[in-house]
Design a protein around this ligand. Structure first.
Ligand code: PEP
Length: 256
């Protein structure tokens, strides 16, 4: 039985007052005792500490949207894993398509970041997903295989138990176009099969595989009902309590 996981990726949105205000609303709504679902939010770096303080004692944990692969030192503009763990982060999102697309992050870099994050005490939300042209060319599974192979390089079975995979088709992110339940389930089943082939099958069975890409209150329940959809990584709909909470509630109702 995999515990469902709903994570909000706030991306480069909100300011201090709106970020802490949203965190306070989430803390009030999501108590520490919701055994069926795990919830996290990933605010921008400058607000992590303040959001973490607002979430204290609630059922919502804190994540960052990126981290350096380097140890603390002379890396201007970067943020070390140690710093994120130090201010209470539990999670870090790695390999998001916006990082791959706009900042040139490769699978090789993502794997170095994942190794650094896990060694430094953070659990990883690893994003993979194909572009529209790759899907149209019938390359979805090949692309996913290559991303997993490259991004998970060097990770042991034990390390993988602290990783959550987010299947995020690039064409569905921020577009309002959601993958159909069949598309999400087929890709996510494929990811689990790949994990089964390359790792201990018990690790593959325990792995939580989230779907991300225009998840909303209206489509969450159907997606979460799929056997290999173990939660959601939510962008736009995580920025307002009235949009995010129904997704968490849909996860609470999903039979798993
Ligand atoms: C995301 O950025 O991870 C995401 C899924 O965004 P959205 O929900 O806005 O499509």
């Amino acid at each position: 039985m995999r515990r469902l996981f709903v994570a909000g990726n706030w991306k480069m949105n909100l300011l201090q007052t709106s970020a802490t205000g949203l965190a306070a609303q989430l803390a009030a709504a999501i108590s520490a005792e919701i055994p069926a679902v795990e919830v996290a939010v990933c605010p921008p770096f400058p607000y992590l500490a303040a959001v973490g303080a607002a979430l204290a004692g609630s059922g919502v944990s804190l994540g960052a949207q990126n981290a350096s692969q380097e140890k603390p030192g002379a890396f201007t503009g970067e943020v070390a894993v140690e710093m994120l763990a130090d201010i209470g982060c539990r999670w870090v999102i790695l390999g998001h398509s916006e990082r791959r697309q706009f900042y040139g992050e490769t699978d090789e870099l993502v794997s170095r970041k994942a190794l650094a994050a896990l060694a430094g005490g953070l659990d990883v939300i690893l994003c993979v997903g194909e572009s529209l042209s790759q899907r149209q060319a019938g390359q979805t599974e090949t692309v996913l295989d290559a991303q997993l192979l490259g991004s998970l390089r060097g990770l042991t079975d034990a390390a993988l138990r602290r990783v959550v995979i987010a299947y995020e088709p690039v064409w569905a992110i921020g577009t309002g176009v959601t993958a159909t339940t069949e598309q999400a389930e087929s890709a996510q089943k494929h990811l689990r099969n790949w994990l089964e082939k390359h790792y201990n099958p018990s690790v593959a069975q325990a792995m939580r595989i989230l779907y991300g890409g225009s998840v909303k209150a209206q489509n969450a329940a159907a997606l979460l009902a799929q056997p290999n959809v173990d939660g959601a990584l939510v962008g736009g709909a995580s920025l307002k309590i009235e949009d995010f909470l129904p997704i968490v509630q849909a996860a609470q109702m999903a039979k798993k």
